[in-house]
Design a protein around this ligand. Structure first.
Ligand SMILES: [Ca+2]
Ligand SMILES: [Ca+2]
Length: 70
């Protein structure tokens, strides 16, 4: 998969972070995935969480998200 720019990654983050609290919960990911074939930025949800949640707290912070994609 091609890398995104930081701006693209941040735009996607805001799209998924439905309540706008600055971190993505698994429920927000699932809601997003429902409309996008179970993927985030072309990556399967489960693989995305495993790869992006570097501190293992089951939430994706903005930093984790952008450093995963950009
Ligand atoms: Ca959120
Ligand atoms: Ca995390």
């Amino acid at each position: 998969m091609d890398k995104m720019t930081v701006a693209e990654a941040e735009a996607l983050f805001r799209e998924i972070d439905a309540d706008g609290n600055g971190e993505i919960r698994l429920s927000e990911l699932r809601d997003y995935g429902k409309d996008h074939g179970g993927t985030v930025g072309g990556v399967k949800l489960a693989d995305f969480v495993r790869g992006a949640d570097t501190d293992g707290n089951r939430r994706i912070s903005r930093t984790e998200f952008t450093s995963h994609f950009a």
